[in-house]
Design a protein around this ligand. Structure first.
Ligand code: SF4
Ligand code: SF4
Length: 370
Protein backbone atom coordinates (compact mmCIF):
# COMPACT_ATOMS: atom_id res chain seq x y z
CA UNK A 1 0.00 0.00 0.00
CA UNK A 2 1.52 3.32 -1.08
CA UNK A 3 1.87 5.83 1.72
CA UNK A 4 0.13 8.99 0.46
CA UNK A 5 -2.70 10.07 -1.79
CA UNK A 6 -0.24 11.69 -4.21
CA UNK A 7 1.78 8.44 -4.43
CA UNK A 8 -1.39 6.45 -5.09
CA UNK A 9 -2.48 8.89 -7.82
CA UNK A 10 0.96 8.77 -9.48
CA UNK A 11 0.85 4.97 -9.32
CA UNK A 12 -2.60 4.93 -10.96
CA UNK A 13 -1.50 7.26 -13.76
CA UNK A 14 1.76 5.42 -14.44
CA UNK A 15 -0.19 2.17 -14.70
CA UNK A 16 -2.55 3.73 -17.27
CA UNK A 17 0.37 5.32 -19.18
CA UNK A 18 2.29 2.05 -19.14
CA UNK A 19 -0.60 0.42 -21.00
CA UNK A 20 -0.98 3.35 -23.42
CA UNK A 21 2.64 4.42 -24.09
CA UNK A 22 1.61 7.10 -26.55
CA UNK A 23 3.99 9.64 -24.95
CA UNK A 24 7.13 7.53 -24.86
CA UNK A 25 9.09 9.89 -27.15
CA UNK A 26 8.42 13.05 -25.17
CA UNK A 27 10.84 12.86 -22.28
CA UNK A 28 12.75 10.53 -19.95
CA UNK A 29 9.79 9.77 -17.68
CA UNK A 30 7.95 7.45 -20.05
CA UNK A 31 10.93 5.31 -21.11
CA UNK A 32 11.90 4.99 -17.42
CA UNK A 33 8.32 4.02 -16.61
CA UNK A 34 8.36 1.37 -19.35
CA UNK A 35 11.26 -0.37 -17.63
CA UNK A 36 8.85 -1.29 -14.81
CA UNK A 37 5.58 -3.14 -14.44
CA UNK A 38 4.89 -2.11 -10.87
CA UNK A 39 5.93 0.99 -8.97
CA UNK A 40 7.05 1.31 -5.38
CA UNK A 41 7.42 4.61 -3.50
CA UNK A 42 11.04 5.05 -4.62
CA UNK A 43 10.16 4.41 -8.29
CA UNK A 44 7.39 6.99 -8.23
CA UNK A 45 9.58 9.56 -6.46
CA UNK A 46 12.25 8.91 -9.09
CA UNK A 47 9.80 9.40 -11.97
CA UNK A 48 8.36 12.54 -10.37
CA UNK A 49 11.82 14.09 -10.11
CA UNK A 50 12.69 13.01 -13.64
CA UNK A 51 9.74 15.06 -14.92
CA UNK A 52 10.70 18.59 -16.03
CA UNK A 53 7.05 19.65 -16.10
CA UNK A 54 7.23 20.64 -19.74
CA UNK A 55 3.51 19.90 -19.97
CA UNK A 56 3.75 18.20 -23.37
CA UNK A 57 1.98 15.02 -22.22
CA UNK A 58 -1.30 16.71 -21.26
CA UNK A 59 -2.74 18.44 -24.37
CA UNK A 60 -2.67 15.34 -26.60
CA UNK A 61 -3.68 12.80 -23.97
CA UNK A 62 -6.87 11.02 -24.97
CA UNK A 63 -7.50 10.17 -21.31
CA UNK A 64 -7.10 13.70 -19.97
CA UNK A 65 -10.08 15.30 -18.18
CA UNK A 66 -12.99 15.28 -18.83
CA UNK A 67 -12.30 11.60 -19.69
CA UNK A 68 -13.19 9.39 -16.75
CA UNK A 69 -9.56 8.18 -16.46
CA UNK A 70 -8.70 11.75 -15.46
CA UNK A 71 -5.05 11.49 -16.56
CA UNK A 72 -3.00 14.61 -15.78
CA UNK A 73 0.61 13.47 -15.48
CA UNK A 74 2.31 16.91 -15.15
CA UNK A 75 0.15 17.97 -12.18
CA UNK A 76 0.28 14.58 -10.44
CA UNK A 77 4.07 14.36 -10.72
CA UNK A 78 4.46 18.01 -9.65
CA UNK A 79 2.53 17.30 -6.43
CA UNK A 80 4.55 14.19 -5.72
CA UNK A 81 7.80 15.99 -6.50
CA UNK A 82 6.94 18.79 -4.10
CA UNK A 83 6.07 16.20 -1.43
CA UNK A 84 9.49 14.63 -1.93
CA UNK A 85 11.29 17.92 -1.23
CA UNK A 86 9.69 18.02 2.22
CA UNK A 87 10.10 14.28 2.81
CA UNK A 88 13.88 14.46 2.37
CA UNK A 89 14.46 17.78 4.16
CA UNK A 90 17.28 17.75 6.70
CA UNK A 91 16.78 18.14 9.58
CA UNK A 92 13.27 16.71 9.30
CA UNK A 93 11.61 19.19 11.63
CA UNK A 94 12.28 21.94 9.05
CA UNK A 95 10.23 20.14 6.36
CA UNK A 96 7.34 22.52 7.06
CA UNK A 97 9.39 25.30 5.44
CA UNK A 98 8.38 23.82 2.09
CA UNK A 99 4.69 24.18 2.85
CA UNK A 100 4.68 27.91 3.63
CA UNK A 101 7.77 28.64 1.61
CA UNK A 102 6.90 32.15 0.41
CA UNK A 103 6.37 33.30 3.97
CA UNK A 104 9.51 31.58 5.28
CA UNK A 105 11.77 33.00 2.55
CA UNK A 106 10.34 36.52 2.92
CA UNK A 107 10.83 36.40 6.71
CA UNK A 108 14.41 35.13 6.34
CA UNK A 109 15.29 37.88 3.87
CA UNK A 110 13.69 40.63 5.96
CA UNK A 111 15.38 39.46 9.16
CA UNK A 112 18.73 39.18 7.39
CA UNK A 113 18.52 42.72 6.00
CA UNK A 114 17.53 44.02 9.44
CA UNK A 115 20.42 42.09 11.00
CA UNK A 116 22.96 43.68 8.66
CA UNK A 117 21.57 47.18 9.21
CA UNK A 118 21.76 46.74 12.99
CA UNK A 119 25.20 45.16 12.73
CA UNK A 120 26.64 47.94 10.52
CA UNK A 121 25.32 50.72 12.74
CA UNK A 122 25.88 49.00 16.08
CA UNK A 123 29.24 47.31 15.57
CA UNK A 124 30.94 49.17 12.76
CA UNK A 125 30.15 52.83 12.16
CA UNK A 126 27.00 54.68 13.37
CA UNK A 127 27.05 56.64 10.09
CA UNK A 128 27.67 53.54 7.95
CA UNK A 129 24.28 53.75 6.23
CA UNK A 130 24.61 57.30 4.91
CA UNK A 131 28.29 58.14 4.55
CA UNK A 132 30.46 57.49 1.50
CA UNK A 133 33.18 54.91 2.16
CA UNK A 134 35.12 55.23 -1.13
CA UNK A 135 33.52 51.99 -2.33
CA UNK A 136 35.28 49.99 0.38
CA UNK A 137 32.78 47.38 1.65
CA UNK A 138 35.20 46.19 4.30
CA UNK A 139 35.08 49.52 6.12
CA UNK A 140 31.45 48.72 6.87
CA UNK A 141 31.87 45.01 7.53
CA UNK A 142 35.33 43.43 8.00
CA UNK A 143 36.22 40.87 5.34
CA UNK A 144 36.90 38.21 7.98
CA UNK A 145 33.42 38.68 9.48
CA UNK A 146 31.82 38.42 6.02
CA UNK A 147 33.75 35.24 5.17
CA UNK A 148 32.99 33.68 8.57
CA UNK A 149 29.25 34.38 8.34
CA UNK A 150 28.72 33.28 4.74
CA UNK A 151 31.19 30.42 5.12
CA UNK A 152 29.20 29.01 8.03
CA UNK A 153 25.88 29.37 6.24
CA UNK A 154 27.30 27.79 3.07
CA UNK A 155 28.74 24.93 5.14
CA UNK A 156 25.35 24.33 6.75
CA UNK A 157 23.64 24.34 3.33
CA UNK A 158 26.15 21.81 1.97
CA UNK A 159 25.59 19.58 5.01
CA UNK A 160 21.80 19.79 4.65
CA UNK A 161 22.05 18.98 0.92
CA UNK A 162 24.36 16.03 1.61
CA UNK A 163 21.96 14.40 4.10
CA UNK A 164 18.90 15.08 1.93
CA UNK A 165 20.50 13.81 -1.28
CA UNK A 166 21.84 10.69 0.43
CA UNK A 167 18.36 9.76 1.68
CA UNK A 168 16.80 10.56 -1.70
CA UNK A 169 19.37 8.51 -3.60
CA UNK A 170 19.01 5.56 -1.21
CA UNK A 171 15.25 5.48 -1.87
CA UNK A 172 15.25 5.98 -5.63
CA UNK A 173 18.27 3.84 -6.36
CA UNK A 174 16.94 0.71 -4.73
CA UNK A 175 19.03 -2.11 -6.20
CA UNK A 176 19.40 -0.42 -9.57
CA UNK A 177 22.47 -0.61 -11.81
CA UNK A 178 25.84 0.80 -10.83
CA UNK A 179 26.53 4.31 -12.08
CA UNK A 180 29.51 4.40 -14.42
CA UNK A 181 31.49 7.35 -15.76
CA UNK A 182 29.63 7.42 -19.07
CA UNK A 183 26.21 7.43 -17.41
CA UNK A 184 27.33 10.21 -15.10
CA UNK A 185 28.67 12.24 -18.05
CA UNK A 186 25.39 11.70 -19.92
CA UNK A 187 23.42 13.01 -16.93
CA UNK A 188 25.71 16.05 -16.75
CA UNK A 189 25.19 16.75 -20.47
CA UNK A 190 21.40 16.40 -20.09
CA UNK A 191 21.50 18.78 -17.14
CA UNK A 192 23.66 21.45 -18.77
CA UNK A 193 21.56 21.42 -21.94
CA UNK A 194 18.26 21.15 -20.01
CA UNK A 195 17.43 18.52 -22.58
CA UNK A 196 14.05 17.51 -21.20
CA UNK A 197 12.66 21.02 -21.21
CA UNK A 198 12.42 20.39 -24.94
CA UNK A 199 9.03 18.76 -24.51
CA UNK A 200 9.68 16.22 -27.25
CA UNK A 201 10.82 18.93 -29.71
CA UNK A 202 8.41 21.87 -29.54
CA UNK A 203 9.35 23.10 -26.08
CA UNK A 204 7.23 23.52 -22.97
CA UNK A 205 3.49 23.86 -23.22
CA UNK A 206 2.45 27.29 -22.02
CA UNK A 207 -0.68 29.37 -22.46
CA UNK A 208 -3.29 28.19 -25.01
CA UNK A 209 -1.61 24.78 -25.11
CA UNK A 210 1.08 26.20 -27.44
CA UNK A 211 4.59 24.72 -27.14
CA UNK A 212 7.41 27.25 -26.94
CA UNK A 213 11.15 27.27 -26.22
CA UNK A 214 10.85 30.28 -23.90
CA UNK A 215 10.72 28.33 -20.63
CA UNK A 216 13.87 26.45 -21.54
CA UNK A 217 15.62 29.69 -22.59
CA UNK A 218 14.73 31.45 -19.32
CA UNK A 219 15.88 28.39 -17.37
CA UNK A 220 19.20 28.67 -19.20
CA UNK A 221 19.54 32.36 -18.30
CA UNK A 222 18.82 31.52 -14.66
CA UNK A 223 21.02 28.43 -14.46
CA UNK A 224 24.07 29.91 -16.15
CA UNK A 225 23.54 33.28 -14.47
CA UNK A 226 23.72 31.53 -11.10
CA UNK A 227 26.85 29.62 -12.10
CA UNK A 228 28.60 32.77 -13.39
CA UNK A 229 27.80 34.69 -10.20
CA UNK A 230 29.23 31.77 -8.23
CA UNK A 231 32.32 31.87 -10.46
CA UNK A 232 32.66 35.64 -9.85
CA UNK A 233 32.69 35.08 -6.08
CA UNK A 234 35.18 32.23 -6.42
CA UNK A 235 37.57 34.32 -8.54
CA UNK A 236 37.31 37.23 -6.08
CA UNK A 237 38.15 34.85 -3.22
CA UNK A 238 41.18 33.61 -5.18
CA UNK A 239 42.29 37.21 -5.81
CA UNK A 240 41.96 38.04 -2.11
CA UNK A 241 43.68 35.01 -0.58
CA UNK A 242 45.85 33.84 -3.46
CA UNK A 243 47.22 37.14 -4.77
CA UNK A 244 46.46 39.70 -2.05
CA UNK A 245 44.34 41.76 -4.50
CA UNK A 246 41.52 43.27 -2.48
CA UNK A 247 38.07 44.59 -3.46
CA UNK A 248 36.72 46.89 -4.79
CA UNK A 249 37.78 45.57 -8.19
CA UNK A 250 37.75 47.57 -11.44
CA UNK A 251 34.70 47.27 -13.69
CA UNK A 252 36.93 45.56 -16.26
CA UNK A 253 38.31 42.95 -13.82
CA UNK A 254 37.40 39.28 -14.20
CA UNK A 255 35.22 38.93 -11.07
CA UNK A 256 33.22 42.05 -11.95
CA UNK A 257 32.77 41.01 -15.59
CA UNK A 258 31.64 37.52 -14.55
CA UNK A 259 29.29 39.09 -12.01
CA UNK A 260 27.82 41.46 -14.61
CA UNK A 261 27.13 38.72 -17.15
CA UNK A 262 25.79 36.36 -14.48
CA UNK A 263 23.75 39.17 -12.95
CA UNK A 264 22.09 39.91 -16.30
CA UNK A 265 21.20 36.21 -16.51
CA UNK A 266 19.65 36.38 -13.04
CA UNK A 267 17.55 39.37 -14.05
CA UNK A 268 16.34 38.08 -17.41
CA UNK A 269 15.82 34.42 -16.43
CA UNK A 270 13.77 34.81 -13.23
CA UNK A 271 11.73 37.70 -14.72
CA UNK A 272 10.90 35.58 -17.77
CA UNK A 273 10.06 32.53 -15.67
CA UNK A 274 7.80 34.64 -13.46
CA UNK A 275 5.86 36.00 -16.45
CA UNK A 276 5.56 32.54 -18.04
CA UNK A 277 4.38 31.00 -14.75
CA UNK A 278 1.61 33.58 -14.46
CA UNK A 279 0.42 32.78 -17.97
CA UNK A 280 0.79 29.02 -17.72
CA UNK A 281 -2.20 26.71 -17.89
CA UNK A 282 -3.08 26.09 -14.24
CA UNK A 283 -3.91 22.47 -14.97
CA UNK A 284 -0.21 21.76 -15.51
CA UNK A 285 1.03 22.81 -12.08
CA UNK A 286 0.68 22.10 -8.36
CA UNK A 287 -1.31 25.20 -7.47
CA UNK A 288 -0.78 24.71 -3.73
CA UNK A 289 3.01 25.22 -4.04
CA UNK A 290 3.37 28.05 -6.55
CA UNK A 291 4.57 30.28 -3.68
CA UNK A 292 7.76 28.22 -3.48
CA UNK A 293 8.57 28.82 -7.17
CA UNK A 294 7.82 32.53 -6.90
CA UNK A 295 9.87 32.97 -3.72
CA UNK A 296 12.95 31.37 -5.28
CA UNK A 297 12.93 33.33 -8.53
CA UNK A 298 12.14 36.54 -6.61
CA UNK A 299 15.20 35.99 -4.39
CA UNK A 300 17.43 35.36 -7.40
CA UNK A 301 16.11 38.48 -9.12
CA UNK A 302 16.58 40.62 -5.98
CA UNK A 303 20.09 39.25 -5.43
CA UNK A 304 21.05 40.43 -8.88
CA UNK A 305 19.19 43.75 -8.72
CA UNK A 306 20.69 44.76 -5.36
CA UNK A 307 24.11 43.58 -6.59
CA UNK A 308 23.91 45.87 -9.63
CA UNK A 309 22.71 48.82 -7.55
CA UNK A 310 25.57 48.27 -5.13
CA UNK A 311 28.11 48.06 -7.94
CA UNK A 312 26.86 51.24 -9.66
CA UNK A 313 26.48 53.29 -6.46
CA UNK A 314 29.39 51.87 -4.49
CA UNK A 315 31.18 55.24 -4.31
CA UNK A 316 28.10 57.11 -3.12
CA UNK A 317 26.70 57.69 0.37
CA UNK A 318 24.10 54.98 -0.32
CA UNK A 319 26.75 52.24 -0.30
CA UNK A 320 26.25 51.16 3.34
CA UNK A 321 22.49 50.79 2.99
CA UNK A 322 22.76 49.01 -0.37
CA UNK A 323 25.37 46.66 1.06
CA UNK A 324 23.04 45.73 3.94
CA UNK A 325 20.25 45.18 1.41
CA UNK A 326 22.38 43.02 -0.89
CA UNK A 327 24.03 40.97 1.84
CA UNK A 328 20.66 40.50 3.56
CA UNK A 329 19.04 39.17 0.40
CA UNK A 330 22.02 36.89 -0.32
CA UNK A 331 22.02 35.57 3.25
CA UNK A 332 18.24 34.98 3.08
CA UNK A 333 18.76 33.12 -0.21
CA UNK A 334 21.55 30.96 1.21
CA UNK A 335 19.61 30.14 4.38
CA UNK A 336 16.56 29.11 2.36
CA UNK A 337 18.43 27.12 -0.32
CA UNK A 338 17.97 23.68 1.34
CA UNK A 339 14.28 24.45 2.01
CA UNK A 340 13.11 25.90 -1.28
CA UNK A 341 12.90 25.42 -5.01
CA UNK A 342 16.69 25.23 -5.41
CA UNK A 343 16.59 21.57 -4.38
CA UNK A 344 14.71 20.63 -7.56
CA UNK A 345 17.92 20.98 -9.56
CA UNK A 346 19.81 18.57 -7.29
CA UNK A 347 17.11 15.90 -7.11
CA UNK A 348 16.50 16.15 -10.84
CA UNK A 349 20.21 15.68 -11.51
CA UNK A 350 20.28 12.49 -9.40
CA UNK A 351 17.17 11.24 -11.20
CA UNK A 352 18.94 11.87 -14.52
CA UNK A 353 22.00 9.98 -13.23
CA UNK A 354 19.83 6.98 -12.40
CA UNK A 355 18.04 7.21 -15.75
CA UNK A 356 21.32 7.35 -17.67
CA UNK A 357 22.57 4.30 -15.72
CA UNK A 358 19.34 2.38 -16.41
CA UNK A 359 19.50 3.20 -20.10
CA UNK A 360 22.97 1.72 -20.28
CA UNK A 361 22.03 -1.30 -18.23
CA UNK A 362 18.43 -2.44 -18.81
CA UNK A 363 16.80 -3.95 -15.74
CA UNK A 364 16.42 -7.71 -15.52
CA UNK A 365 13.03 -9.34 -15.93
CA UNK A 366 12.75 -9.94 -12.19
CA UNK A 367 13.64 -6.32 -11.45
CA UNK A 368 10.77 -5.06 -13.61
CA UNK A 369 8.39 -7.51 -11.95
CA UNK A 370 7.88 -10.07 -14.72
S1 SF4 B 1 -0.26 10.84 -20.74
FE1 SF4 B 1 -2.10 10.02 -21.77
S2 SF4 B 1 -1.48 9.75 -23.91
FE2 SF4 B 1 0.40 9.96 -22.69
S3 SF4 B 1 1.01 7.84 -22.20
FE3 SF4 B 1 -0.24 8.61 -20.49
S4 SF4 B 1 -2.31 7.95 -20.97
FE4 SF4 B 1 -1.15 7.80 -22.85
S1 SF4 C 1 5.30 17.04 -18.20
FE1 SF4 C 1 6.90 16.80 -19.76
S2 SF4 C 1 8.65 15.98 -18.62
FE2 SF4 C 1 6.82 15.66 -17.34
S3 SF4 C 1 6.07 13.62 -17.83
FE3 SF4 C 1 4.97 15.05 -19.17
S4 SF4 C 1 6.20 15.11 -21.07
FE4 SF4 C 1 7.49 14.23 -19.45
Amino acid sequence: MLATENLREADRLMTVCNACRYCEGLCAVFPAMEMRRTFNDGDLTYLANLCHQCGACLPDCQYAPPHQFDVNVPAALAKLRNDSYAAYAWPGFLAGAFTRNGLVVTALAALSVAGFIIGFVGFSDPSALWSAQAGDFYKVMPHEAMVALFGLVALYAVLAFAFSLRAFWRDIRSDGPRVGVIAFAQALADTFTLRYLGGGGGGCTSENEQPSARRRVYHHFTFYGFLLCFAATSVATLYHYGYGWYAPYAFTSLPVLLGIIGGIGLLVGPAGLFILARRRDHHLVDLARTGMDTAFIAMLFLTSLTGFLLMILRDSAAMGFLLSLHLGVVLGLFLSLPYGKFVHGLYRFLALVKYAAERRSPLTMSEIGI
